[in-house]
Design a protein around this ligand. Sequence first.
Ligand SMILES: [Zn+2]
Length: 208
Amino acid sequence: MRTRNPLISLLKQCLPDAEPIALSESDDNFAWKVGDQTPVQKFPTAATWSFLFPPGQQVSWHKQVWFAGHIPKHAFLTWVNVKHRLATRDRMRRWGLQVPASCVLCSTHNESREHLFFECSFSSVVWQHFTSAANLHPPPSFEATLSWLGRPYSNSQLVLIIRFIYQASKYAIWKERNSRLHAAISRPPEAVIADIKDTVHLRLDPLQ
Ligand SMILES: [Zn+2]
């Protein structure tokens, strides 16, 4: 190919000389090579994805949040909460917002992640309703409970149910808090417990 374009001329100079065309009775075929791996005939989708987007380091709480069969909106809220990114009142006040400090559910303590989901009398009634029914005694703090949920158990069915209930409870408590705050609608813990039971039954029945 002849050209006056200086860029194309430069590219041609950089290219190796063309190999003579080899005559062969068999057809050409494609081979896919990902990184240093041996070329393969079939396009390796998973290996290509991992090569382009190397997986990050797995965190200790991964299976407590993203366990098989999780309810997406519950897992998402749990994940945001684990990252300590929910807009609880203590955080909003640290951002300089003029909001009351008190807990919307009990009005007797200041709202923080630790209080809202574990120390609050409202939340305790909801969470303990389920743990005491299963004769379980989780630790009374956010971080410790997260580790407790990740312990190996011999009964995998019980682990699944407890993780479901944990996420559903935190979701329902956050929903109740927002409902009181933004819609001025308050419900007792018993109503929230009934909702959680319905949600978990609906989810577990198809899985079983
Ligand atoms: Zn409270």
